[in-house]
Design a protein. Sequence first.
Length: 400
Amino acid sequence: MKPTYTRIFLKPGKEVSVKRFHPWIFSGAIHSIEGKVQEGDTVEVYSSTQEYLGTGFCQIGSIAIKLISFTQTNVEESFWELKLTSCLDSRKRLGLFPNPKTNVFRLCFGEGDGLPGLIIDYYNGVCVIQTYSMGMHLAKPMLVQVLQKIFQGQLLAVYDKSEETMPKNGEIKIENAFLLGNVPSLTVHENGNAFQVDWVNGQKTGFFIDQRENRALLSSYSKGKSVLNTFCYTGGFSVYAAAAGSTTVHSVDSSKKATEMCNTNFELNAEVIPSANQAFKTFTMDTFDFLKNKGNEYDIVVLDPPAFAKSRSVTHNAIMGYKRLNAEAMKQIKPGGIIFSFSCSQVISRTIFNNTLMSAAIEAKRNVRILHQLSQPADHPINIFNQEGEYLKGLVLYVE
């Protein structure tokens, strides 16, 4: 029997974006609510002419509803099984599962997979969940059951890491916790390279899965080159460069915990790194300070900072930060050097990012060419109806 969900009616004309399958309903678009709703409730959305538009979760904020279905449905275990099976099937088509050389991937990417407010990363038998809405938080018991089912009982653990991602104005206090099993860290493999991942203490879900293909691209440029990896975190780019035969790999991060993990990951891959005499060093210090007076020392520089802008109100400051960082790298890199530069700030568009790096090149007084324009990999899909999901931008630059 179909449950009765609260019905929400939109103002005339506000149904247009929903009919184009955009999953967000803004509070200003709502005309009336047939009954009472609480944060996290499942609701059905209708046009002003009472035409059904979609089903989603109610939440506090300017985005009042995020739609998880555009057809009337019961949001129960069978619904979640259909959705997550589709997610896994698409990763199988990408060759990510099962794959002995790469056993870490993003299983669900929010709007990109039709499930706004839900992130699930898979780490060699462990799923790490992050929810961004109360509706998704309340669905976790069913999500765990479905994950066990689609992975055919082979899951070692499910860890909920939503304490930092859930809205802070909610009434329920969210704490990170295991929902199944208890495995705080594991060694995973990505394109044959080994990494120790700690989802309990690490940033985000433990590893920046979204740079997988960009790390592989770095490998193709690294043999015989000196490489600097800034904001290195656990050393993803560093390990790839070392395994590809770079002569020098220097990794910089202001976090001692990060540089220690970077060293651990280098040791995990020591047997497959070509040169026993390779100079692999980590530096626990500020990247801007490290870059000073490093002229002609590096053939390749990786600039992968944390998000300089998490809201539009600080966009200008972020642009200045990206410009300063890239200008300094351009000034210091060897002639004929290559810079891998990234922004993971969703509010920094690709056009803004490209123009910012152009300004940096003007300031550095170096002739710069774009070799590659980079984005997030296919397991971080962008919903064509919600292109706000493209957050990772990157450029590979040749600096004369």
